[in-house]
Design a binder for this molecule. Structure first.
Ligand code: PEP
Length: 254
């Protein structure tokens, strides 16, 4: 049984002051919820504050939205995995489509970051997903396979168990248009099959695959009840503590 994992990607939103109010509100709503892993990935500037407020919480883990593939040195503007570990960050989102499309991150770059994260004890949330043009051209499965093979090259079966995959169709991110539960399940089953070919069936059966793309309280339960959907990576709706807590609740025993 794969434990559901619901992650918030705040992107370039939320000041330190806003983070405090958010967490207080969110915590009261998720206090009674058990059996779901929750991750919040704030912008870098709010990580220290959130880390202090969480105080090693077992219920809510801290995530980062990106990191450098290098450990230290002359990389202006970058943040290293050791800096994240120092603040008790447990997860790091890698290869988000905004990183790929706006900042030119390739599968090779993502792969390098995956290996650095694993070596530093951070758990990567590796994002993959096709564009609308690729889906309309019937190429979504081929695109997913290429991204997974490239981003996860050289990952051992044991390491794969520490990785979370996020299937995020680019056309569904921030557009209000989510994939249908059937489209998402079909893509997730394909992702799991590719993971099995990269490792083995038993390993692939244990890896958690999140869906991301316009997840909101109204569609979360149906998406999360699909057999291969093991959680959600939530952008817009995670900025509102009550909406995000409702998505977390929708994951209970799905
Ligand atoms: C995301 O950025 O990972 C995301 C899924 O965004 P949204 O929920 O806003 O579509």
């Amino acid at each position: 049984m794969r434990k559901k994992i619901i992650a918030a990607n705040w992107k370039m939103n939320m000041t330190v002051a806003e983070t405090e109010g958010y967490l207080e509100n969110f915590r009261t709503h998720v206090e009674p919820v058990n059996g779901v892993e929750i991750v919040i990935a704030p912008p870098f500037t709010a990580i220290a504050k959130l880390s202090e407020l969480l105080g090693g919480s077992q219920k809510i883990s801290l995530g980062a939205q990106n990191m450098s593939s290098e450990m230290s040195g002359a990389f202006t503007g970058e943040i290293s995995p050791t800096m994240l570990r120092e603040l008790f960050v447990r997860f790091v989102i890698l290869g988000h489509s905004e990183r790929r499309l706006i900042f030119g991150e390739t599968d090779e770059v993502v792969n390098k970051k995956v290996h650095t994260a694993l070596a530093c004890g951070l758990r990567p949330i590796v994002c993959v997903g096709e564009t609308l043009e690729e889906r309309d051209g019937g190429r979504e499965k081929e695109v997913l396979e290429t991204q997974l093979r490239g981003s996860l090259a050289g990952v051992t079966p044991e390491q794969m168990l520490g990785i979370v995959i996020a299937y995020e169709p680019v056309w569904a991110i921030g557009t209000g248009r989510n994939a249908t539960p059937e489209q998402a399940q079909d893509a997730h089953a394909h992702v799991r099959a590719v993971l099995a070919s990269l490792t083995d069936e038993a390993t692939a059966a244990k890896v958690r695959i999140q869906y991301g793309g316009s997840v909101k309280p109204a569609n979360a339960a149906t998406l999360l009840s699909q057999p291969d959907i093991d959680g959600a990576l939530v952008g817009g709706a995670s900025l509102e503590p009550i909406a995000f807590s409702e998505i977390v609740k929708a994951a209970v025993s799905k």
